[in-house]
Write a new protein. Structure first.
Lengths: 484, 502
């Protein structure tokens, strides 16, 4: 029996069924709230109709090839946003392109919005928007921690060897074990976050909707002005939970199950904390003149954490800040959160590796034949990881540049174009100028919106994954095994 | 090497450089006397250069194998001391402040073309000629240093750029080095003469033709005209386009083409890519400019500015800062490409992009076939892994330096576009940027700290950055006492090039 493709089919089918089930629940919720429910129902039916047969066709006990695993990832991240877009169109306020943008922005945990008037949006749709980010967040974490190390994409093989579950085992059992462990941490933190928000004074609906997008480093908020109108205490609660959201969840899991010391020994976490602190203090210093100390401290910390972790909440309209503060924010956007979280961007660990490799080359200038190993903490960084990381960063920057130029050609100004490209590729959400935190993406050219939808997905899937499709080798059919 | 002789190569190099400068300055004294400009600035500078150069040269020794440290030190000192001495004519002859004078001098000797002169009317003609001449010297200086010294130093992937040269490819400085350097020099002089002649034919007066030829062939960009090439007609522009294009081609390749194998030109992957970029970007830019100028004029400005920025020359045939955003974005992209390796052009250079491109493609392929063993190829050549690593590190440092200095400029109060393009235009040795440092503006309006930073950028950019960053490593400052103490955990073979073998 030829089993090729059966595993991917199974997994995609499963994803559709989970999505269909949650959509069906939302249809009920919408009916209960007397809000438009047709979109949820239609999407639920579509998801069920696609998912059911796929699960029936697929097989879960079959080990996928690399190609199959990659196809699965790509198809899942194309199909799910497509289905999730339906409620925005049917009974919602958006056109098809905008709906796809909003949906992709949700499932990629970006947080860039095309909603212009928040008053026109039903509560159930806001909650759905938050849930797409939460689903996207757990989906990507499990994928990064369990699947990508095995696929050895963009250096992932090194970052994630501390993940829970069997270290070198087959993909599927590993996925299962890891998924459960991570789901525990993720779910627990989300509940804690929602409760903390509620206790700190948010109304329950907002608390849940915001908690869903805090832990997934997503950044959609049901409030039109994000965190600006919430009291100061809530900003600090958000800061605390964003800190967790941008950390490596496998590491958090190990700390929770009894080894808190691993946290301090992890070089990425230390660098991550240093970036957060430096960014926060730098912003505070720059804002102090205009806002006064307590407010500057609040906004400095909030915005540094929100941008570094690629969440994208705003406690103030940072597009109106000084150019110096913009500089800090752009640097933080480029850095990104930790590997193994739902955070986007290049990620701290890759910058660490790049910095170490670069400093090694400078030393090589003096001693060209010296053999200098590159270490990350106590571990040696193998050459293939170094190469993968440098290629990843090259592709990332190239896509950033091409996207910015493309947006300029489509009529955006330079700052808008660059920050929009950066904010979508890094899955952050709001940019500066015309796509600032209190503005929206809906005024961009339709082609630009389509292109940014692509960059969100490419950024989410570590860029390289998406670019494999553009190689000739990909389309060359694999040689079939000789069947007896 | 006998004890006590160590450390004499760098003084020799710097001393020689300063003596050559003295000779040139004496020539300019004569020139200034003839045309009736004040000659005292040049004479004083010549005296200063001689006073420093003679003792250094007498102390130095040429006949030795320099260690890597010495070779690096020589290059770094040369590009520090010469611009420092070059301050004097600007201070004495045009009354510029020392900082602005250093900016101008560094911009000259690094063949950048960024200017801190606010009022072009206050500068005597002889000084303009001197300014152009510093760029000419800087242009050929860097090519000779790259061809002769840097391949051995294996800096930023340089070792393979000249692999096909009739020159030293092994560890030692050889007599062939002199031949290579002479060949390149002859080509450079020939090109400059041809360029000056062509400018005259196209209608430039002789003085301007020579001054512009100096800075065209050096891919440098100083012009005695306040409005650069806007002051000239269309024929002059096309002559400039042709010679700028040549100035950013690998000189060794050009030399071989002239010596009878022109087909090499077409076989060279870097040259092909370079020509492709010129054609593509020129066409795109012309299309952006059509609504502004109409067909032929748009083509003229499109190609002129493409070539000028790509080759890091920095002339302007129009105030491109006033162009639409899409045209400006194209120019910013070109700033980051740069010319060919082995030319006087600055920037990252086409060859390095080819290597990084090939590497990235290979890694994408590896996502599908992680265990595939794939050689890294650019054209017919296989690129060694150590070159790839050096190139990747170079580009990282380059981008890091641009980002860092742009950020600092923003803190100093510049706007985003000015800060970013000023950083990119100085690290890439281009010259003018956009915004407040546009082609018709001056860097003199930046805050002093910003100008100081950009002086460093030009210096670092010209010396391939890595060379400069070596200074920031601990190891550099740990002077080797023999037997050299080896650091723990690194198995390190003895330093190459040090004559410490039995």
């Amino acid at each position: 029996v030829n089993d090729r493709g059966r595993y991917g089919t199974h997994l995609i089918g499963l994803a559709c069924l989970v999505l269909g089930a949650s959509l069906a629940l939302f249809a009920l919720l919408a009916v209960a709230l007397a809000e438009p429910w047709q979109g949820f129902l239609a999407a639920a039916l579509a998801a069920g109709l696609i998912g059911g047969p796929l699960v029936a066709l697929g097989r879960s006990d079959h080990e996928p090839s690399r190609r199959e695993a990659l196809v699965t990832v790509l198809v899942a991240w194309a199909l799910v946003p497509l289905l999730g877009a339906v409620p925005y169109v049917l009974g919602g306020p958006l056109g098809p392109i905008d709906a796809l943008f909003e949906s992709a922005s949700g499932f990629t945990t970006t947080g860039a919005t095309v909603l212009t008037d928040f008053d026109l949006v039903a509560r159930s749709l806001f909650l759905w928007r938050g849930l797409t980010q939460w689903i996207g967040g757990i989906g990507i974490i499990v994928l990064f921690i369990a699947a990508f190390p095995q696929l050895a994409i963009a250096g992932r093989q090194l970052f994630m060897t501390e993940a829970p579950g069997p270290e070198q085992g087959h993909l599927l059992p590993r996925l299962r074990v890891t998924a459960l462990a991570i789901l525990g941490v993720y779910g627990g933190l989300t509940v804690a976050c929602a409760m903390a928000y509620a206790i700190a004074g948010m109304d329950p609906f907002d608390a849940v909707a915001n908690a869903l997008t805090t832990l997934s480093a997503g950044g959609f908020s049901p409030a039109a002005r994000s965190f600006e109108d919430y009291p100061s205490l809530l900003s600090w609660v958000a800061v605390a939970f964003m800190l967790f959201a941008g950390a490596n969840f496998a590491l958090l899991y190990r700390a929770v199950v009894g080894r808190p010391l691993v946290l301090w020994r992890d070089p990425e976490l230390r660098a991550y904390l240093a970036v957060l602190l430096l960014g926060a203090l730098g912003l505070t210093a720059l804002l102090a003149a205009d806002h006064g100390w307590p407010e500057a401290l609040r906004h400095g910390f909030f915005q540094a954490f929100s941008i570094t972790t690629s969440t994208g909440y705003a406690s103030a309209d940072f597009a109106a800040w000084s150019p110096g503060a913009h500089g800090v924010l752009i640097v933080l956007m480029l850095i990104g959160g930790s590997a193994g979280s739902a955070a986007g961007g290049v990620k701290v660990v890759r910058w660490l590796i790049l910095a170490k490799v670069t400093s090694r080359e400078v030393r090589h200038t003096m001693h060209p034949r010296a053999v200098l190993p590159v270490r990350l903490g106590s571990r040696l960084v193998p050459d293939d990881v170094i190469r993968a990381v440098s290629a990843f960063i090259t592709l990332y920057v190239a896509l950033l540049v091409v996207t910015s130029v493309g947006l300029v050609l489509l009529g955006s100004d330079e700052v808008t174009a660059f920050s929009a490209a950066l904010a979508t590729l890094g899955n952050i959400g709001p940019g500066l100028a015309a796509v600032g935190p209190m503005a929206h993406y809906s005024d961009l050219h339709p082609l630009a919106k389509g292109w940014l939808t692509f960059t969100m997905i490419a950024g989410r899937l570590e860029v390289v994954t998406v670019f494999v499709v553009f190689t000739r080798n990909w389309w060359r059919r694999p040689v079939r095994h000789v069947r007896w | 090497m006998p004890r006590g002789r160590r450390g004499r190569f760098a003084p020799f190099v710097v001393g020689t450089g300063l003596l050559a400068l003295t000779a040139a300055l004496l020539g300019f004294t004569l020139y200034a006397t003839i045309i009736g400009d004040p000659r005292q600035p040049f004479l004083v500078t010549a005296g200063l250069a001689a006073a420093i150069g003679v003792p250094l040269r007498r102390f130095g020794r040429s006949g030795q194998e320099p260690s890597r440290r010495e070779a690096l030190m020589g290059v770094l000192l040369l590009w520090t001391l010469v611009p420092l001495v070059g301050i004097v004519p600007y201070v004495l002859g045009a009354g510029m402040s020392p900082l602005n004078a250093l900016f101008e001098s560094m911009s000259g000797f690094t063949a950048t073309g960024a200017t801190a002169i606010a009022d072009f009317g206050a500068i005597p003609a002889a000084l303009f000629m001197w300014r152009a001449f510093t760029q000419w010297v800087g242009g050929i200086g860097i090519v000779v240093v790259f061809v002769a010294v840097f391949p051995q130093l294996a800096i930023a992937g340089r070792q393979i750029f000249h692999a096909e040269l009739p020159g030293p490819t092994e560890d030692r400085f050889t007599p062939r080095l002199r031949n290579t350097a002479l060949a390149v020099l002859a080509l450079y002089v020939g090109l400059s003469a041809a360029c000056a002649f062509a400018y005259t034919l196209a209608g430039m007066e002789p003085y301007a033709a020579v001054a512009h030829a100096f800075t065209t062939v050096a891919a440098a960009g100083f012009s005695p005209e306040a409005r650069s090439f806007e002051a000239y007609g269309i024929a002059v522009d096309w002559v400039a386009i042709a010679f700028m294009t040549l100035a950013a081609v690998n000189f060794a390749l050009l030399f071989r083409a002239f010596m009878g194998s022109p087909r090499d030109l077409w076989r060279d992957p870097e040259l092909r890519t370079y020509v492709l970029i010129v054609l593509l970007a020129g066409t795109v830019l012309s299309m952006h400019l059509r609504p502004l100028y109409g067909g032929p004029e748009a083509m003229r400005h499109g190609f002129f500015q493409t070539v000028s920025v790509l080759t890091t020359t920095g002339y302007a045939s129009a105030d491109f800062d006033a162009w639409p955003d899409r045209a400006r974005a194209t120019l910013v992209l070109l700033m980051f490409v740069g010319g060919s390796a082995g030319s006087a052009a600055g920037g990252i250079k086409v060859m390095r992009w080819l290597i990084i491109g090939a590497h990235t493609m290979r890694e994408i392929h590896r996502a599908l076939h992680p265990r595939a063993v794939l050689p890294l190829r650019v054209g017919p050549r296989t690129i060694p892994e150590d070159v790839l690593r050096a190139v990747a590190a170079f580009i990282t440092l380059y981008a890091g330096l641009v980002t860092l200095s742009a950020t600092l400029l923003i803190y100093l109060g510049e706007d985003f576009v000015t800060a970013f393009t000023a950083a990119a235009a100085t690290v890439g040795n281009v010259g003018p940027g956009l915004g407040n440092v546009g082609p018709m503006a001056s860097y003199a309006n930046l805050p002093p700290l910003g100008r100081g930073l950009l002086i460093f950028n030009m210096f670092a950019g010209r010396l391939e950055i890595v060379t400069v960053f070596v200074l920031f490593t601990l190891r550099w400052w740990r002077f080797p006492r023999r037997p050299e103490r080896r650091p723990r955990a690194t198995a390190e073979p003895p330093e190459a090039g040090v004559g410490e073998r039995p």
